[in-house]
Design a protein around this ligand. Structure first.
Ligand SMILES: Cc1cc2nc3c(=O)[nH]c(=O)nc-3n(C[C@H](O)[C@H](O)[C@H](O)COP(=O)(O)O)c2cc1C
Length: 234
């Protein structure tokens, strides 16, 4: 029996075995918009979901014309390389090194990434080098470009997929449809599938994409890319 199982596994490995990449969704949410978005996302993909929470409970970041939120963001802006600029967060217990694909979902504060999420990435971003990173940002109306820049500063070696998903507060009720479209746009199901497939055994006619989801005009000479819906290592 044992020999039979080993033989079946050997045959399977020859014809190529799909193995799902491990995905982490890490989010912070103050007024629950991002939480609602992530709850919807959680029904669509297989992922571990982790919430970042400030160590200090009960703070109202929006009170007095956003005074606390504004102070936290200013401290990081003034001294982004100093750990003491970042507000403490509760331990999440997550080891980002275990994941291949990390989706970061965050509110925007004063055009920047919300301070508690910046703390999480300040503490963990250097361990995310080489991982595929996708970004979901919610703001009331401000453009998310500075928040994207924060993510790139805090995860210097990340392989960022494009496009990012921007969901305004007023669009949260439409999050499910926006997430469906976005997961399609970033070719999530293809990128998050690792396939034991080598250049002499790859899929047929499908379009080709790089790991950022960009369409490739021709097959690369070497590296990892997606063809026929499969991840190819060449
Ligand atoms: C401290 C603070 C600062 C904010 N600054 C901005 C801003 O500059 N521009 C903007 O469009 N929205 C701003 N917002 C609104 C949030 O980005 C928006 O409501 C978002 O959807 C909140 O997500 P959440 O409910 O998950 O916390 C701010 C909110 C807070 C609490």
């Amino acid at each position: 029996m044992k020999k039979l199982i080993i033989a079946i596994m050997a045959v399977l490995s020859l014809i190529g075995t799909n193995v799902n990449a491990k995905t982490l969704v890490v989010y912070y949410s103050f007024t629950n918009n991002v939480k609602t978005i992530v709850s919807s996302l959680d029904t669509k993909i297989q992922a571990d979901v982790v919430e970042v929470q400030p160590a200090e409970e009960g703070l109202d970041y929006a009170a007095n014309n956003y005074a606390i939120g504004s102070r936290l963001i200013a401290a990081i802006r003034n001294n982004p390389n100093d750990a003491s600029s970042y507000p403490a967060i509760k331990p999440t217990g997550v080891n980002v090194e275990e994941y291949d694909y990390i989706i970061v979902a965050t509110p925007l504060w004063w055009s920047q990434m919300a301070a508690p999420m910046q703390t999480f990435l300040f503490e963990n971003g250097s361990k995310m080098a080489g991982k595929t990173i996708a970004l979901i940002v919610s703001s009331a109306s401000s453009s998310i470009s500075s928040t994207v820049a924060d993510a790139k500063r805090l995860i210097p070696g990340g392989v960022f997929v494009e496009p990012n998903l921007w969901i305004r507060s007023a669009q949260v009720s439409n999050a499910s449809a926006m997430l469906d479209q976005w997961l399609n746009d970033i070719h999530y199901n293809s990128v998050a599938t690792v396939v034991d497939t080598f250049s002499d055994n790859h899929g047929d006619d499908g379009r080709m994409f790089d790991l950022k989801g960009r369409l490739l005009q021709q097959e690369p000479d070497a590296g990892i890319f997606i063809k026929g819906g499969k991840k190819i290592l060449k």
